[in-house]
Design a binder for this molecule. Structure first.
Ligand code: 5AD
Length: 479
């Protein structure tokens, strides 16, 4: 999984393999469809970037479903093409611009097709998206989705192609899309529930506060409504999403309260959350992870760097010592807890000592796995204005290579230690490689491949691990 992140810093999330055209929302009534200008129109969505984008694509598909669109997984038969994008690193944006040009070829063949770029890159580049990809019709930011069907509808009836692109990138401090039912997403076993949008941390390297706007919380009753809806639809796991998910606060309720309430929803067997911010990882949250059996013993805790000087320049708000103390506390309170992290290598001013400090921290803390990135300067951020990007591309590449090599060794060793153990595994889907194999996950979020036998997606089974590589465990259902 993290290999994708290493290769280009951008993961295109594969969508569930559906029939060619499926209704996108169960709640779209025939009456809506009859009066809707979009009746019968098909929408194709490609999602780039983080889990929140995956959840946003489902939200958008729900909104478009209400407007009469049907989803298709074939770009060449769609009337509406949507790229839901990421702006976190430059490569992410380059790849989307290249993809937009490819899709524009379909527009030339089928006049009237609308091409939309939505999400973080739309917010980041605004009208510049249309300058760099001239055949884009609509540019819409992450807070514009309620208006999206209307914008696209106007564009379709006004004749796509000729007019300048419609750009709607207004951020809205209150928008949390309450009450909207997105298309059922995920793999049908594990689903995302967005509990918070935006970010208030303003780390100096990071564009997210500018692309997703300020932090806001979804009300607990709405979160619980969505979690129950997942349980009713047969999901066994929910993943609570937020840019700094544990900073969650809605009136009197903090993250610990919400997490506990979610863990007590009948029908849901596992609860995960991502990504927490180290500074906001309170003792109360640790208590909930430790005592609630359905809250998984796995935490993704982005450290970014092992050097205090670099952490300070990044304005992360903690020292490497404070981060180590948090990891020690988690391991003490939740024995066997699995931990993963993000490392951002080559940030402005990082020298060889700083880099060595990162490697030392990785060796010491031995994360189960890790997402590793080279610094990419992003317009709008504090660093782009004030802290020169002075580490050369060659040095960045070499440091990232060293970080990846170290983590490969650690992950292989950590995974090898699971061989012979019995693990509780939630089966998520068939394995991509073979119809006779299934893919599941341990409580600690490790991927497990096992023979199909009588086991089905959604089952929770005990699996004996027989072998492992650095990314995957292999086993069979315990007798
Ligand atoms: N360049 C490279 N990586 C970045 N990240 C965030 N901003 C940047 C950037 N400008 C990484 C961080 C973050 C993860 C989601 O992406 O490691 O935790």
């Amino acid at each position: 999984m993290w290999r994708d992140s290493v290769s280009d810093g951008l993961v295109q999330i594969g969508r569930r393999a559906p029939a060619a055209a499926t209704p996108v929302a169960a709640s779209s009534t025939p009456a809506d469809a009859e009066t809707s200008p979009a009746e019968g129109a098909r929408v194709y969505v490609e999602t780039y970037g983080c889990q929140m984008n995956v959840a946003d694509s489902d939200l958008l598909l729900g909104i478009l479903g209400e407007a009469g669109y049907r989803r298709t997984d074939r770009a060449d038969e769609a009337e509406l093409l949507v790229l839901n994008t990421c702006a976190i690193r430059e490569k992410a944006e380059e790849r989307v611009l290249a993809r937009a040009s490819e899709l524009a070829a379909l527009k030339r063949r089928r006049p009237g097709v609308v091409l939309a770029v939505v999400g973080c890159m739309a917010e980041h580049l605004k009208a510049k998206v249309a300058e760099r990809a001239p055949l884009v019709d609509v540019v819409a930011g992450p807070d514009s989705y309620r208006r999206f069907a209307g914008i696209v509808g106007a564009r379709r009836s006004g004749g796509a192609g000729a007019a300048p692109a419609v750009v709607d990138v207004k951020l809205d401090r209150a928008e949390v899309y309450e009450g909207l039912s997105g298309e059922a997403g995920g793999d049908g076993v594990s689903g995302f529930v967005t509990i918070q949008r935006g970010c208030d941390k303003f780390c100096t390297f990071c564009v997210v506060p500018y692309t997703r706007g300020r932090e806001r919380a979804v009300a607990p009753r709405e979160v619980l409504r969505q979690v129950r809806a997942h349980a009713d639809a047969g999901y066994r796991e929910v993943v609570l999403l937020g840019q700094t998910v544990n900073s969650y606060r809605h009136e009197e309720a903090g993250f610990a309260d919400l997490l506990r309430a979610v863990a007590r929803v009948d029908g849901i067997e596992r609860v995960r959350f991502t990504s927490p911010y180290p500074v906001d990882f309170t003792e109360r949250v640790i208590d909930v992870v430790a005592d609630e059996p359905k809250v998984c013993n796995y935490v993704h805790l982005p450290v970014q760097s092992g050097s205090d000087r670099v952490l300070e320049r990044m304005r992360r708000g903690y020292t490497s010592g404070e981060f180590r103390a948090l990891v020690a506390r988690l391991r003490e309170r939740v024995p066997g807890i699995a931990l993963s992290t993000d490392i951002l290598s080559g940030f402005s001013g990082e020298d060889e000592d700083d880099h060595a400090a990162t490697l030392a921290l990785m060796r010491e803390l031995r994360f189960d796995f890790c997402f590793m990135f080279s610094y990419s300067e992003r317009e709008m951020t504090y660093a782009s204005r004030r802290i020169p990007d002075d580490v050369t591309p060659e040095v960045k590449k070499r440091r990232l290579r060293e970080i990846v090599a170290l983590q490969e060794t650690i992950s292989a060793e950590v995974n090898a230690a699971h061989v012979g153990r019995r693990e509780r595994v939630l089966i998520h889907s068939r394995s991509k490689r073979s119809a006779d194999e299934l893919l599941g996950r341990t409580d600690g979020f490790k991927a497990v491949i096992l023979p199909r036998g009588d086991t089905r997606p959604g089952d929770l089974v005990d699996v004996v691990i027989e072998r492992a590589n650095l990314a995957t465990l292999f086993g069979r259902v315990a007798a």
